[in-house]
Structure formats: C-alpha cells, structure tokens
Design a protein around this ligand. Sequence first.
Ligand code: MF3
Ligand code: CO
Length: 255
Amino acid sequence: MVELKSTSEIAAMREAGRVVAGILAAIREQASVGTSLGELDELARERLAQAGARSPFLNYHPRFAPSPYPAVICASVNDVIVHGIPDGYRLRDGDLLSVDCGAQLDGWTGDAATSLIVGEARPEDQRLIEAAESALRAAIEAARPGGRLGDLGHAIGTVGRGLGYGIPPRWGGHGIGRAMHEEPDVPNEGRPGRGLRLVPGLVLAIEPMFLAGGRDAFRLAPDGWAVRTADGSRAAHAEHTVAVTADGPRVLTID
Ligand code: MF3
Ligand code: CO
C-alpha cells in the first residue's frame, strides 16, 4: 500500500533529510586520497549521533541479503554500483566513489546518495556522474501532481540510454517514510504517462545509477551486498528523497 504523508509529516521528513545532506556534504569534504571507507562510515556515525538520529542502514536485513547490513553508509568504489560495505580500503587517485546515507529522525527517514571523484578525475568519469545527476534532476522535475510514476523512469532512462550507459533493471528507487523502503518501487526506466498517479503526499527516494560500459548486467559480490558491474566498468549513483506537493516537487535531502 502506498502511504501518503501529510504536510506536517513531510516537514518532519525534511529534518531527517537535512541530517542526511549534512553527512554527505561532510563526506564529500573528507574523501581524499588515503582516506579509508571505514573512516567515512565513522564520520557518518558521529554526525548521526550528534543529530540524535538513528541509521536505517545499520542492521537492515532485506530478503535479498544474506546478513544484516553492518554500516551506516554504503561506499561503492569504481565498478561497485551500490551497497558497497565500507571497509579498510583507502581511496586512491582517480577513484569514483558513490556514497549513500540514511537517517531516521523522530521516526521519519531520509535517504540520499552522491558520487564524486577522488583526486584527478578522468573526463569520462566526470561525464558519468554528471549524467546521473542530470537524470536525477529530470526525474525530480517529473515528480509533480498530474504526472505518473512511469514519467520518472522515462526521464532517467532517456538521459542514460541517450548517452549509451547501462541501467541495471533490478535496482532503483522506492517509496520512503517511517520505513526506508516503502511502496511503490521507482524503476529507473519507464513509460511516460503510465503507472501510479502522482499525488501530493507521495514521498519517493529517486536513485538513478548508470553503468559506463553500456551493459545492464551486474553481479553480487561474495559478501552478498555489493552490486558490481559485470563488465568491470565504472558506475555512478545519485539519490534524493523527494515529496510530491501541490506546489510541485520538494527535495527533502538538501541542507
Ligand atoms: N539508497 C539505498 C537503497 O535504497 C540504501 C541501501 S541501505 C542498505 O537501496 F542498508 F540496504 F545498504
Ligand atoms: Co534508497
């Protein structure tokens, strides 16, 4: 069932989103050559604690995973598309890092992700990240009353396919509220004018991910969490939590 949120509930989600945005901004500043992924997770844990927020990632155990998630961020490097578990790996010059973070504040959840390049960027990596961000912006623009859920996937798919990138079919966005993953699923490809009608109070985490190699195939890492490109090419990921309101889309995971 799709649960719509009231104006005051959206205001509460906005505060959770602010915490997430602050953490991602801090991680963007901190991530440099030599920083370990575990240090970035530690930074996120400290900021969540300071904000009085809990992590919706930590100990999350969906059906697809063999074990509870052990961290508060996902740190996905190079060919890891999403759900990389932060470990002792130290970032190297030219790495493409995607960071995903969630926060639950007063029972309401925010979920967002950003991609960045450590040190000197390869132009093709920069283009991949910019494409994911521009697809996210296009999907956010489509998240307004009168539209349909398929408009979001259509917006994302048009950007990604237009540039020749792969889009893994199984992974995408989701409804969000008290729980991190609620109905509906928000696929990264779709048909315009089709699917659920978008109405005020619908809150969605929209999360395009693009694969540089142009293939859609992915593989799960032995840890059962990290999703990698099958061809070893790099991937970028961007995500915001967005409320559909009578005035149009409202991004909740910003400062
Ligand atoms: N934004 C990611 C998603 O919705 C967050 C995953 S959290 C994890 O899939 F705990 F499942 F890793
Ligand atoms: Co998400």
